[in-house]
Ligand binder design. Structure first.
Ligand SMILES: C[S@@+](CC[C@H](N)C(=O)[O-])C[C@H]1O[C@@H](n2cnc3c(N)ncnc32)[C@H](O)[C@@H]1O
Length: 375
């Protein structure tokens, strides 16, 4: 087993090597797009109000960057939307930047930026680029950025907050309905604090990069009073992994050390670091707007309409496989059987869904805040 902290595939200030590449994330990210679509009014507001005359980068370029872009399908679509608002407001050249971890499938991103060999954005004035690194680090020069965005990404923590999580595989614990595991209240407190420190670090880095008056849109999966975006999917993955603990193919020690370092925040947990002194980012930004919302999940809608359980099981499992697989794989002992074990775990998850879909209801709660750099 590789200790995730020592794994060369995992960069500093990150806990995953990224999504499943080769087009798999793009093919299974319609749900994440729905969550982005719901906050496009924030994108419009940012594009219509970001400063277009404030340049410290020497060449008068307006710069837009999206952090946690993955293979780019959703990231490029949201960038198109921002450009639609911005381009009529300025005659300056525009630099678009898509950023993700060094181990992200950037080849797929580049192909998506040049479909058929042509630039996906307005070729006369928009210049696209990619930057690899953790979003919890500074990645762009001081005061060079006018709009920063991140979607469905900041829930991936910058570090593993504990060594072992013996009772469950996700930081927020099992759904109340399933209760198929436990996470102690001490651990829950540690995770909530880590999640706030991560937001603060992200704010501090973007505060350096943004020009005064620059805009920052932070959107991510989360939780509200009635549901959490971890419910269902992680109950299912937990059950599937435990099936292999029961057969002895996964040791209890491996299970105890394995968890997905993602945290579902409530809206107040996202906004707290913007104003609370304790996290070191207070005063860097002003809050223009916030949202906590739920989106219809495309694979649920389809299943409600056609009742096709086979299709539902595939879509449901592929959806969460795209963002859990690399972390699960790293947690399992290295060796020739590892990737087939991973396949069998996700196949087991499909079997569980086919057998009792009612045990794993999934809802997508999201939270967002639109900020302006002060100063
Ligand atoms: C669920 S995907 C979201 C992709 C896209 N933004 C969307 O909404 O469809 C999460 C992305 O965050 C990236 N990510 C996770 N931790 C990160 C970090 N510390 N720095 C930069 N990107 C990170 C992952 O590699 C992945 O591409």
């Amino acid at each position: 087993m590789t200790d995730p902290a020592d794994d060369p595939a995992i960069s500093a200030h990150s806990t995953t090597s990224g999504m499943v590449g080769g087009g798999f994330y793009n093919a299974n990210s319609a749900t994440q797009w729905k969550a982005i679509e719901a906050v496009l009014p924030f994108v419009d507001e940012a594009a219509n109000t970001l400063p277009t005359t404030s340049f410290t980068n020497g060449n008068g370029t307006v710069c837009l960057a999206d952090f946690g872009c993955s293979e780019g399908l959703n990231s490029i679509a949201v960038m198109q939307r921002a450009l639609a608002g911005l381009l009529p407001r300025t005659d300056r050249p525009v630099q678009t930047i898509h950023s993700d971890l060094p181990t992200n499938d950037f080849s797929r991103l580049f192909v998506n930026l040049r479909p058929g060999g042509r630039p996906v954005f307005d070729g006369a004035r928009v210049y696209s680029a990619a930057v690899a690194g953790s979003m919890y680090d500074q990645l762009l020069p001081d005061r060079s950025l006018h709009l920063a965005t991140t979607f469905n990404a900041i829930g991936f923590l910058s570090r593993r907050p504990v060594e072992v999580l013996p009772g469950y595989i996700c930081l927020n614990g099992p759904s109340a309905a399933r209760a198929n595991g436990f996470v102690s209240s001490e651990d829950r407190h540690i995770f909530a604090e880590q999640a706030k420190r991560d937001v603060a670090d992200f704010l501090k880095m973007r505060a350096r990069e943004l020009v005064p008056g620059g805009k920052l849109l932070v959107q991510v999966f989360g939780a509200n009073e009635v549901a959490r975006t971890c419910d269902g999917i992680y109950d299912l993955l937990n059950d599937a992994v435990l099936a292999f603990v029961a057969t002895g193919e996964i040791s209890r020690e491996t299970y105890d050390r394995y968890y997905q370092p993602v945290y579902m925040r409530a809206l107040e947990e996202l906004t707290a670091p913007v104003s609370q002194e304790a996290y070191g980012a207070a005063g860097l930004f002003r809050i223009d707007g916030t949202r906590s919302y739920e989106i219809p999940v495309p694979f649920n809608t389809r299943f409600d309409a056609d009742g096709d359980l086979e299709r539902y099981a595939t879509d449901y499992v592929n959806f969460f496989r795209a963002f859990t697989q690399s972390i699960l794989e790293t947690a399992l002992p290295e060796g020739p059987g590892r990737s087939s074990l991973v396949d069998r775990i996700y196949n087991c998850a499909k079997d569980l869904i086919r057998a009792t879909p009612e045990l794993y209801p999934f809802r997508y709660i999201a939270i967002a805040m639109l900020l302006t750099r002060t100063g």
